[in-house]
Write a protein that binds this ligand. Structure first.
Ligand SMILES: [Zn+2]
Ligand SMILES: [Zn+2]
Length: 499
């Protein structure tokens, strides 16, 4: 049974829908659509993959909309043949924002909910299109008792591509309460943009140097729902570039995600921040599923395997991934230059593989644990990206800012521009390269894998021995009683000081 539900589609599918549902005569129109499931750990998303528009004689337009049973059977047949679910969308031409079910629409959708599940094996998705601002409302019809189908309302409907437009169900996810801490922020982009930004469920994958800075900015900006993913422990050599981390955290063997959660709660300007921590890699099955619950992900990892998993989430599951990276060019203690980049992997934009952010040939080596094997790393050429270790906080700060700018542009679209391309910044010349083209023509991500969701034929997840070792070492360290006593005292102190 689906308890938390969402709908997502590409900008391309959304444009196709808008073109069909906006009638010149202002009447309501309708269409069946095909969808595939994308299952997270707590939320299920219906990915709308295609339309099955009505033929001339299959639609009856008379103020409200109606259709022939031949149309329903034809659409259900196509859905079953393609292994998809069936959805039904009708328009409210003059409405805006989230559309709830009225009694007439409830009765209409309920009348074919049972047949839909019989014919396709998947529950009926009902959607209402608000014609005035091209937004949607959505629900899934599930069986609660024999012959009794009940709609579960979606939390949001996400349209992903050049822009990221999310329509929220105000009942399930109410707009944030206004606080006097955000006056300046809201004066920059207005309450509507703030309501959209604050309600996004954002995941930060990798809460190291770049990720921790991103966490700080998201919390100050008023985002209310954050999830952090990292299996690492804070170490002394992180302290030169890990915001909020202290010597004490090193001594107490704290997980990086715990530092991130503590920081987010302290810095939050929103009234009700919800933070979830996952001591997992996104390549572990539970980590991947938890990432699939997010609306958008920040990628702050530098390894090929998690990047490959995130690339799949971006295109097959329609969760945009804001990625970045740093390369420092140093030789014998001299700084020759530095580069940092930021881009968004999303339908219609270049993916991380096409941008050269990881080499798919390295993924099997990482899965076999070779990238954590010092002998394997020593065998790589000296300038190999996997051997480079130089990093400086100032470059992390630049990369974090560049990624946050990509995020802000995609969600708020200043002057109507949501996609400014992939950016590569050069320290030595002070210049920025912009890449506007999308994926290579043969790329499977912005191609055959698009919107496949759970039906993706390859497995990207698996056991991650480095993550398992890090968690085991942390558990073992914390079992030592002086450390436990210190942690308990720390916890008490934090509570006394109110966090
Ligand atoms: Zn209606
Ligand atoms: Zn690509």
């Amino acid at each position: 049974m689906i308890t938390r539900f969402s709908v997502a589609m590409t900008t391309g599918v959304a444009q196709h829908l808008t073109g069909h549902l906006r009638r010149a005569d202002g009447q309501e129109d309708c269409t069946f659509v095909l969808w595939r499931p994308s299952t997270g750990s707590r939320r299920t998303t219906a990915l709308i993959v295609d339309l099955v528009p009505p033929e001339e004689d299959e639609r009856i337009v008379h103020g409200t909309v109606d259709f022939t049973s031949e149309y329903f059977l034809r659409a259900a047949g196509i859905a079953a043949e393609r292994g998809c679910g069936l959805g039904f969308i009708h328009a409210h031409p003059r409405s805006r924002r989230w559309q709830r079910l009225n009694d007439v629409d409830y009765a209409a959708e309920a009348s074919f909910a049972a047949q839909t599940i019989t014919l396709t094996g998947l529950p009926l998705i009902g959607m209402t299109f608000a014609g005035a601002d091209a937004r949607y409302g959505a629900r899934v019809w599930q069986r609660h008792a024999p012959r009794t189908y009940v709609p579960t309302e979606a939390e949001n409907v996400r349209v992903v591509g050049d822009r990221f437009t999310v329509t929220f169900n105000d009942t399930l996810i109410p707009p944030p309460e206004a606080t006097d801490r955000q006056v300046r922020t809201i004066s920059a982009w207005g309450q509507d943009a703030q309501n959209d930004l604050a309600r996004l469920h954002v995941g930060v994958v990798g809460t190291g140097s770049v990720g921790m800075l991103i966490v700080e900015v998201l919390a100050r900006t008023g985002l209310q729902h954050l999830s952090f993913f990292d299996f690492d422990t804070v170490e002394a050599l992180n302290l030169d570039r890990l915001l909020h981390a202290t010597d004490r955290d090193v001594r107490l063997h704290r997980a990086k995600v715990d530092i991130a959660a503590r920081a987010a709660r302290r810095s939050a300007t929103g009234a009700n921040i919800r933070v979830a921590t996952h001591e997992l890699s996104v390549v572990e099955p539970d980590g991947f599923a938890a990432a699939a619950d997010c609306d958008l992900l920040f990628s702050c990892v530098d390894r090929p395997w998690p990047r490959a998993a995130l690339n799949l989430l971006a295109y097959a599951h329609l969760i945009p991934v804001v990625d970045g990276g740093i390369a420092v060019d140093a030789h014998r203690g001299r700084l020759n230059g530095a580069e940092w980049r930021a881009h968004v992997a999303a339908p219609g934009r270049a993916c991380m593989e096409c941008l050269g952010q990881y080499d798919p040939a390295h993924v099997p080596a990482e899965r076999d644990g070779l990238l954590d094997d010092p002998a394997y790393i020593r065998g790589l050429p000296a300038d190999h990206p996997l051997r480079r270790k130089e990093n400086v906080f100032v470059f992390s700060a630049n990369a974090a800012t560049a990624q946050l700018n990509q995020f802000l542009t995609m969600v708020t679209a200043p002057r109507g521009i949501a996609d400014t391309g992939a950016h590569l910044y050069h320290l030595s010349t002070g210049t920025v390269d912009q890449r506007l083209e999308g994926c290579e023509a043969s790329c499977p991500y912005d191609g055959v894998l698009m919107s496949l969701g759970d039906d993706v034929p390859v497995t990207v997840t698996g056991r991650h021995s480095a993550a398992e070792r890090a968690r085991d070492a942390r558990a073992l360290a914390v079992r030592r009683w002086p450390l436990r006593a210190q942690r308990a005292a720390d916890h008490l102190l934090a509570r006394l000081l109110d966090r």
